[in-house]
Each structure stands twice: as structure tokens, then as C-alpha cells.
Design a protein around this ligand. Structure first.
Ligand SMILES: C[S@@+](CC[C@H](N)C(=O)[O-])C[C@H]1O[C@@H](n2cnc3c(N)ncnc32)[C@H](O)[C@@H]1O
Length: 306
């Protein structure tokens, strides 16, 4: 990690507290600790008799938070939220009152040039949250077939120009394999037609998103979590998931709607207020959905619905 102070600002904090409604003495899981903004607020609500188990795949995030949150009833754990059941077994907790996930990338990770998340910085093209596991994005970019690369960029990046991007990647790597994030960003920018609209996001954004989702198996982690969480959250407990792109939001929406073990509490996703988006542009694409577990009691729709 860089030595810069944590710059990640937690999104939808008041909305999370409103919809999850954590109470004194309760036990919660924050599956995506990051810089600890949400964990801190959950911990203040559950108070000294409660506990927040806060997971992150990124070891650096866990180490940093362990120092910064030591005065609160928070137990930071280096773990993947897809392993919720095993993590709770390890700490001897059969069920919790609820879980929060705030998926994706933190601003701290983006600021860390060594990880390749920021294609403006000339760091190695890695993109893993947990660098001890799996393979870095550079392997994928240097070795995957053109068709497979195009499909991956199209599916996970929702990128219209995926074929052209994949073709230029394969042409470029024949001369010289990719090493750095910035090299890939340059090739992608060349492949995507120039837009005169200065407000457009960097053309490399979608391709980097696609690679990040692939190397971290982010959608697989979310699906596994949604499948296992109902058994580890007490009946009537709540789960809130903040996602940042439509693929994730669709997975959450469909699981909450179609799996009878969930009762969706938010009909539509909760989004940031104008004020929050003005203060924190990252919140613009955040969507919060909340459900209660219905496993063996009839929770019914709550009066908060709407
Ligand atoms: C958007 S940030 C969370 C920010 C946090 N809510 C806060 O208030 O600072 C997402 C974090 O989730 C972590 N992460 C992503 N996928 C994960 C997974 N499957 N299991 C655990 N942590 C994960 C990332 O490493 C990153 O630190």
C-alpha cells in the first residue's frame, strides 16, 4: 500500500444503517472491510457488547484496519466473504444478525500503484485483491486466446468494442508481452474510437473492470455468498449488498427475488442522494439492496418497504 492516508469514503452510510438497523449487542459481518468506514459505523451501533467480524481479501487493508479500529468491537479477518460459513466456524459463531457487502474496489487500492488497479500509474498489471492466490491479470492478457479475451471483456466489462480490443492486445503481445497496467491502457485506448465528449470515462475503464472481475472471480464469490448466507444469518436477520455495476446488481436482485430463503426489503435499489454524489463521485453508481432471511420463520414484508 502507499503511505498516503486512507482516502476511501464509505458510500450510502446512513442508508445502510437505516435499512440494516443494527442493534446494541448484535453480531454482524462486514464482508468487505476496506478502509473500515462501514465497519466503524456498524460497531458504534452494536456497542461494546456486540461484535463486527470484518473480512477483506486484501491483506494490506486488514493490517491497516487492525491498527486503526483497535478501539472498537471489530475483529478484522483476512478472508474471502465467499467463505462466510468456514470463517464463522473458525471464530465459533453459528449465526449472525446480519451481513453487509460493499463490493468492488476501494479508493485505497486504486491509489496503490503496485497493484495495477489504476491504469494511470505505471504499476504491474496484477489486479488481484489477494496477491497470494490465483494468477495476475498480466497472465491472462498475455496467454488467453483472442476469442476468449473478447468474450471476457464483453461479458464482464459490457464493452462494445471488445473484439477490436482483443485483436490489438494479441497483435501487441506478439511483439512484446505486457508487463504494466499503463501499457494495456494505451492499447485499449487505441482500440476504442475517440469520443469528443470530455465527460466520458477513460476508454480503458471497462476492460480493466472485466479483467479485475475475472482474476478475482468476483461474480462467483457473490453467487456463493448468496447461496450460503441464509444458513448463517439468523431468521429475520438482514443482508445488505452495495454493488457498482449492473452485472452484480442483477445477481443480487435475482437471488433476493427468486430464492425463497430471502425476503427482499428494498423494492428498488437504494441510491445516493444528490448531495452524496456531489461530495463523493464514486457513490454515483452505488446501488444498495437489502433482504431479510426467511429460512424458518415468516418474516413477511416489513413496514419499511417502499
Ligand atoms: C468498496 S471497498 C469496501 C469499502 C468499505 N466498505 C469501507 O467503508 O471502507 C471493497 C473491499 O472489498 C474487498 N473485497 C473484494 N472482494 C472481496 C471478497 N470476495 N472477500 C472479501 N473482501 C473482498 C476489496 O479488497 C476492498 O477492500
Amino acid at each position: 500500500m502507499s503511505d498516503a492516508p486512507a482516502r476511501h469514503i464509505a458510500v450510502l452510510v446512513e442508508e445502510v444503517l437505516h435499512w440494516l438497523d443494527p442493534q446494541p449487542g448484535q453480531i454482524w459481518v462486514d464482508g468487505t472491510l476496506g478502509a473500515g468506514g462501514h465497519s466503524r459505523r456498524l460497531a458504534e451501533r452494536v456497542g461494546p457488547t456486540g461484535r463486527i467480524y470484518s473480512l477483506d481479501r486484501d491483506r494490506a487493508a486488514v493490517e491497516k484496519a487492525t491498527q486503526q479500529l483497535a478501539d472498537l468491537p471489530i475483529t478484522p479477518l483476512w478472508a474471502n466473504y465467499r467463505d462466510l460459513a468456514a470463517v464463522l466456524d473458525d471464530v465459533g459463531v453459528p449465526q449472525v444478525d446480519g451481513v453487509l457487502l460493499d463490493i468492488g474496489l476501494s479508493s485505497d487500492q486504486l491509489a496503490d500503484a503496485e497493484r495495477g488497479f489504476s491504469f494511470a500509474a505505471d504499476g504491474p498489471l496484477d489486479l488481484r485483491f489477494d496477491v497470494s492466490e490465483g494468477r495476475p491479470a498480466v497472465d491472462l492478457v498475455n496467454h488467453k486466446g483472442e476469442q476468449e479475451l473478447a468474450d471476457l471483456i464483453y461479458k464482464y466489462g459490457e464493452e462494445r468494442h471488445s473484439r477490436r480490443i482483443a485483436r490489438l492486445i494479441v497483435e501487441r503481445r506478439r511483439d512484446r508481452p505486457f508487463v504494466n497496467a499503463a501499457e494495456l491502457a494505451d492499447v485499449v485506448r487505441k482500440a476504442v474510437p475517440h469520443s469528443p465528449d470530455a465527460r466520458r470515462i477513460d476508454p480503458a475503464t471497462r476492460t480493466f473492470q472485466a479483467l479485475r472481475i475475472a482474476v478475482n472471480d468476483e461474480l462467483g464469490a457473490l453467487e456463493t455468498f448468496l447461496r450460503d448466507a441464509p444458513t448463517r444469518v439468523r431468521p429475520g436477520g438482514r443482508v445488505g449488498i452495495i454493488s457498482f455495476h449492473s452485472l452484480e446488481d442483477r445477481i443480487v436482485k435475482e437471488a433476493f427475488r427468486d430464492d425463497p430463503r430471502w425476503t427482499p426489503l428494498t423494492k428498488k435499489p437504494v441510491v445516493a442522494t444528490d448531495r452524496e454524489t456531489a461530495e463523493n463521485p464514486r457513490s454515483r453508481s452505488a446501488k444498495l439492496r437489502v433482504a431479510a432471511t426467511t429460512n424458518d420463520i415468516n418474516v413477511g414484508k416489513t413496514s419499511r418497504e417502499g
